[in-house]
Structure formats: structure tokens, C-alpha cells
Write a protein that binds this ligand. Structure first.
Ligand code: FAD
Ligand code: UDP
Length: 371
């Protein structure tokens, strides 16, 4: 069998491209994943108690892109959901991102927004050239809040001090002077009504798409006949790590089901300072599912294991650029996705990146036309 495209990885990047190329350009696709399921890291499933859990940690959909939202809406209905996170600090559960209530409750103040702004101005440490994940926070909220909410969490999560990480890591988390306690402020915030996996099933359900699960591309590469390759696995692995391994941070997920209906006040509670895990997620609070039991997941960061997070540091970006140069020399191989382009991307960014590649492959001008 000859394929127009072989696509490695059935996560967002691979599945969006398979769907677009099959339905819009009538291409014949082989979609391969070494895992036994589609959906990549966004995969969710019912556990043995019938509770919908996210196998690879909590996935909350949010985007400011009408195109991404409209595109995905072809494959799922949505459940409105605004994410709220609490952080366990000094014996209290406090809103993160840091906002007016966080500071007032932590220190026992009763600041107004104006007073909080003046407070941040007084405790923030001026940094002439903000470069690191530490600079971002310390310059905005000062050292005490940085140490209570960010330093420990970041060291656990990434295995290095925030001063060694790119500013984009902590710049993901805003600082607020109002009482807005939502984790995200994006225009579209919702969860797929029946879960991510059901959405992926609809995406790849097309006669032109052949799915091959539980198969490593490396093992069957030589036997395949195809015109073009779309690769969404780790870019360094594709090139046999010829310049050395790109570092990734991994996680161990400890999934548990408890004999109680409710465990914690919000879907995610962060533990910046105590415990070896970073956060606990309670899925029913994300999905709205009703059940007499509840399922939770502890996330333990580690070096070894599946590559979940590209690590944003200057030396890693430099190593990635070497691989990117090799990739640019391969006209019929396209690298896309969080691992394929070594970017700390959210789901919506990966969908946008995949749609942009589709636009290029299809020779069309606008993203609107691509959806
Ligand atoms: P992946 O989902 O990683 O898919 C790549 C696939 O390629 C994998 O299934 C892998 O098995 C397969 N593969 C790799 N190599 C091979 C090979 N040689 N042969 C065959 N198959 C191969 N984003 C959000 O927007 N909101 C969130 O709340 C959020 N939470 C997250 C929480 C965690 C713990 C993690 C790790 C990520 C989170 N993300 C979140 C990010 C989100 O998971 C990614 O943006 C998205 O899933 C990336 O899609 P992808 O297709 O690029 O990669
Ligand atoms: N972070 C932190 N304390 C928190 C939440 C986040 O220090 O309570 C830092 C940490 O470095 C984390 C980064 O901000 O890795 C980005 O957080 P986000 O919640 O976006 O991480 P993700 O969901 O991608 O794991």
C-alpha cells in the first residue's frame, strides 16, 4: 500500500493534519502511534470505576483563536468550564495566579487594588533585562511571594532553579491586582463534552485514514511506501540524537480513586513547597461528571520517562536549532507539534501550528480557508 502521507503521532498535531489532508485534499494517510491509543497526551478514558480521567495529567482547553475553536467544534460539543487553581501556602489554600485575595489572605491585609499595585511596586525588585523565570516573578511581586509560590514549584517541576529557565515558563502565569481567580482569561474556555478521546475518534474516522497503533515508526519505517512524512515525535529521536539528546522533563502520574464524592475545593491544587508532587487534580471538577467516588492524580516530576515537557533554556534552544537545520534540509519531512518543534505549546497552539502546516501543504492563503 502506498500512502500520500505517513503521519507519526496521533496527538493533536498528527490527528489534525490527518483529518485535514484526508477530508480536504483526499489524501491517503497512515497515522501511526507507538501508544495503544489516539489523542497523544490529551488522551482520556473511563477508569475501572467509570470515572473519566486524563491518563497524562489535567488537560484544560482554552484559546483566543476563533479558528482553532471553530475547527475543533466540528468534532465535539463543549462544556463551559473556567479553570481555577488554589496553591497550598503557609497552611492556607490561596488563589494562583496571585491576585488581590491571595495577598490579603496570605498576609492578613485588606488592600484595595490601588494599594496592592503600590505594594507590588514597593516589593518588586527592578530587573533591568528580564531573562529568566525568576526575573519575571521577582520583578513583579517581590521575593517573598516568589519564594512562597514559584521557587519550590518550579524547582520540583523542572529540576532546575527558576534562574536557569527561560522567562516564558513563569510568564505563563499572570499577576493580578483584582479578584479574578481564573487561571486563564482566554476568550474560549471549555472542555470537550464527552472527553478528548471521543473528539479524536471523530477526527480520525475517515476512510482515507488508516490507523496503526502500538507501533513505533522506527520499527516499520523501511517497509513503508509514502510521498511525505509528518513527524510529531521528538525531533532529536528522528535524527538518532546525532547532536546529543534534547532534554525533556517527564512526570510520573499516581492515579487514585477515593471512596468519597468530593476531595478538594477546585479541580487543581498546587503544592509549591511541601511534598514531592507538584499538584493534585480531581477530574470530576473538570468534567462535571457525577459519581459517588472521585478520582485524583498526583504529578511527580522526573527526568526519565515519556518526554512531556521541552525544557526552555538557552542551551536547549541552541541544540534544537541544530536539529531544525537538519530538518529544513528534508523537503518531504515536516516536523510539527510540541515534540517535533521542541516548544512548550498548549493544545490550541499545536492545533494552530498544524492548521498552518496544512495551509502551506494545501497552498491556501488564510487560516479561515484551512478550517
Ligand atoms: P503529543 O500529544 O505528545 O503526541 C505525540 C505522539 O507521538 C504521542 O502519542 C507519541 O506516542 C507519538 N510518537 C512519538 N514518537 C513516536 C514514534 N517513533 N512512533 C510512533 N509514535 C510516536 N495543554 C493545554 O492546552 N491545556 C492544558 O491544560 C495542558 N495540560 C497539560 C498537562 C500535562 C501534564 C502535559 C504533559 C501537557 C499539557 N498540555 C496542556 C499540553 C498538551 O498536552 C500538548 O500541547 C499537546 O497534547 C501536544 O500535542 P502533540 O500532538 O504535539 O504531541
Ligand atoms: N508555576 C509555579 N507555581 C504555581 C504554578 C506555576 O511556580 O503554582 C510555574 C512553574 O514553573 C510551572 C510554570 O509556572 O511549570 C507554568 O505553569 P503551568 O500551570 O502553565 O504549567 P503546566 O500546566 O504547563 O504544567
Amino acid at each position: 500500500m502506498h500512502y500520500d502521507y505517513v503521519i507519526v503521532g496521533a496527538g493533536f498535531a498528527g490527528s489534525v493534519l490527518a483529518e485535514r489532508l484526508a477530508t480536504q485534499l483526499d489524501k491517503r494517510i497512515l497515522l501511526i502511534d507507538k501508544r495503544s491509543h489516539i489523542g497523544g497526551n490529551a488522551f482520556d478514558c473511563l477508569n475501572e470505576d467509570g470515572i473519566l480521567i486524563h491518563q497524562y495529567g489535567p488537560h484544560i482547553f482554552h484559546t483566543n483563536s476563533p479558528e482553532v475553536y471553530t475547527y475543533l467544534s466540528q468534532f465535539t460539543q463543549w462544556r463551559p468550564y473556567e479553570h481555577r487553581v488554589l496553591a497550598s501556602v503557609d497552611g492556607q489554600l490561596l488563589p494562583i495566579p496571585i491576585n488581590l485575595d491571595t495577598v490579603n489572605k496570605l498576609y492578613g491585609y485588606s488592600f484595595t487594588s490601588e494599594q496592592l499595585m503600590a505594594y507590588f511596586d514597593s516589593v518588586g525588585e527592578p530587573v533591568a533585562d528580564i531573562q529568566t523565570a525568576e526575573d519575571v516573578v521577582v520583578s513583579q511581586v517581590g521575593r517573598d511571594l516568589y519564594e512562597k509560590f514559584f521557587r519550590g514549584y518550579t524547582r520540583k517541576q523542572w529540576g532546575v532553579d527558576p534562574s536557569q529557565l527561560d522567562k516564558m515558563v513563569t510568564a505563563r502565569i499572570p499577576t493580578r491586582i483584582n479578584q479574578d481567580d481564573r487561571y486563564f482569561t482566554d476568550q474560549f474556555q471549555c472542555m470537550p463534552l464527552h472527553g478528548y478521546t471521543k473528539m479524536f475518534e471523530k477526527m480520525v474516522d475517515h476512510p482515507n485514514i488508516q490507523l496503526l497503533l502500538g507501533t513505533d515508526f522506527k520499527e516499520i519505517n523501511q517497509q513503508l511506501s509514502f510521498d511525505e512524512l509528518i513527524y510529531t515525535g521528538p525531533i532529536d529521536e528522528y535524527f538518532d540524537c546525532c547532536y546529543g539528546k534534547l532534554p525533556y522533563r517527564s512526570l510520573r502520574f499516581d492515579h487514585q480513586t477515593l471512596e468519597v464524592a468530593n476531595y478538594q475545593p477546585v479541580a487543581v491544587v498546587n503544592y509549591p513547597n511541601e511534598h514531592a508532587y507538584t499538584r493534585i487534580t480531581e477530574y470530576k471538577k473538570l468534567t462535571g461528571q457525577e459519581h459517588t467516588k472521585t478520582s485524583i492524580t498526583f504529578e511527580y516530576p522526573q527526568d526519565e520517562g515519556d518526554p512531556y515537557y521541552p525544557i526552555p533554556r538557552p542551551e536547549n534552544a541552541a541544540l534544537y536549532r541544530q536539529y531544525k537545520q537538519l530538518a529544513d534540509g528534508q523537503a518531504s519531512v515536516h516536523f510539527v507539534g510540541r515534540l517535533g518543534t521542541y516548544r512548550y505549546y498548549n493544545m490550541d497552539q499545536v492545533v494552530a501550528q498544524a492548521l498552518t502546516l496544512f495551509k502551506k501543504l494545501a497552498g491556501i492563503d488564510s487560516l479561515q480557508e484551512a478550517i
